[in-house]
Ligand binder design. Structure first.
Ligand code: AMP
Length: 392
């Protein structure tokens, strides 16, 4: 059966069509700059890439274009060939403990949860509405970033804030990138041949988070109430002293929201280095001896190693560390900087293997903890859940 995995943003729709249960990608693409006269529609098929520039008024038009594109490029002969559509939804709160078939009530709940994820859930909901309208008889499934982390216990997910903030306003750690953490930790267990494991997944992309996964269940994660918590990322600061927000709002004569925007969009690699949010630019600048670029990686590596140390204690040991996402999969430099800081745990990389790409073990033979590169595949996770739920 053919399943579409969709990731809708405020002005974009990314999609992949997969043949299931073979988990084979048939085609992928993206509609970008929705709402503009010069929007872009890209579709990749059979090793070829087709790009069109055209006006795209809204998400509905974007979805029409995707479906017409699939037929035009002979990917499918009829839109009824698509038997399920899975949508990435960022915030599922405490309400959603599993992926779910999208009904009117589910859609409304996703919109309501947008209060906690204003940058993501409304856009995800717009994508859902557009696909439901064009494919009304096809099961639509919501797959939440937060679900995998719902197995954390209160000592891990509650903050030291007044308890009523949690009961009345939902203030707690939710965690994000859940489909990636689940995919990678399950794959690590497959590679180790057992589910009785203690694994740390390092999802390091432009957005980045860690998870501690014990016997297949998430017990800790670095992102929190929003994706801002954790360690420095491409443009996000990660955790800071919360008093800094009010202090800097006063100093810069800005609102708390303005400061939060700076912490989300102008911090991390970009803010520390003053150069770029892109890890490749940071690496190139480090090569040329740029101190602040070096600092951007150093601060991130230090904090990631600190998290891994705390997860080692929390899980009572560690069998494997897995690197994934754009930087985790592709930056031997950052991986080495992180693992060097964990030498006290007996973790060691094989320097030659660390230079390679693709799924592999990269730790040395004598390392007490295995280290893997495991390329993530969030679309496969979305397609698996969509297949499972549309058959129930
Ligand atoms: P993601 O958010 O997972 O797409 O990851 C984006 C990040 O991956 C960007 O900071 C890229 O610079 C980084 N990235 C992609 N390819 C490489 C590479 N070959 N070396 C270092 N970083 C890379």
């Amino acid at each position: 059966m053919k399943i579409m995995a969709v990731n809708a943003g405020s002005s974009s729709i990314k999609f992949q069509l997969l043949e299931m249960p073979a988990e084979k990608q048939i085609t992928s693409g993206i509609v970008e700059r929705i709402g503009s006269e010069e929007a872009l529609f890209t579709i990749k098929y059979n090793g070829e890439k087709f790009v069109e520039t055209l006006p795209i008024k809204d998400h509905g038009v974007g979805v029409q274009l995707i479906l017409e594109g699939l037929i035009k490029h002979n990917v499918i002969s009829n839109i009824n060939d698509i038997e399920g559509v899975g949508h990435r939804v960022v915030q599922g709160g405490e309400f959603f403990k599993d992926s779910t078939i999208i009904t009117d009530e589910v859609l409304q709940k996703i919109i309501d949860l947008g209060e906690m994820a204003p940058l993501h859930n409304p856009a995800n909901a717009t994508g859902i509405k557009a696909f439901r309208q064009v494919l009304p008889h096809v099961p639509q499934v919501a797959v939440f970033d937060t679900v995998f982390h719902q197995t954390m216990t209160k000592d891990a997910y509650l903050y030291g804030t007044p308890y009523e903030w949690y009961t009345q306003y939902g203030i707690r750690k939710y965690g994000f990138h859940g489909t990636s953490h689940q995919y990678v930790s399950e794959r690590a267990n497959q590679l180790m041949g057992t589910t009785q494991t203690k694994v740390v997944v390092c999802h390091i992309g432009n957005g980045a988070s860690l998870s501690a996964v014990k016997n297949g269940h998430c017990v800790e994660t670095s992102m929190g109430f929003t994706p801002l918590e954790g360690f420095p990322m491409g443009t996000r600061s990660g955790s800071i002293d919360p008093a800094i927000t009010a202090y800097m709002a006063n100093k810069l004569n800005k609102s708390a929201q303005d400061i939060t925007d700076i912490l989300n969009k102008k911090s991390g690699y970009l803010g520390i280095s003053g150069l770029s949010n892109d890890a490749r630019d940071i690496e190139a600048a480090i090569e040329k001896g740029n101190e602040r670029a070096r600092l951007a990686f150093d601060i991130q590596a230090k904090q990631i190693a600190d998290y891994i140390g705390s997860y080692y204690v929390y899980m009572g040991g560690l069998d494997a560390i897995c690197f994934t996402a754009g930087i985790g999969e592709n930056s031997p430099v950052l991986r080495q900087m992180i693992i060097d800081r964990l030498a006290v745990l007996g973790v060691e990389l094989n320097k030659d293997l660390n230079k390679l790409r693709g799924e592999r073990l990269i730790s040395s033979e004598s390392s007490k903890v295995k280290v893997f590169i495991i390329p993530t595949d969030e679309e496969v996770m979305i397609a698996r859940d969509t297949m499972r739920l549309s058959h129930e």
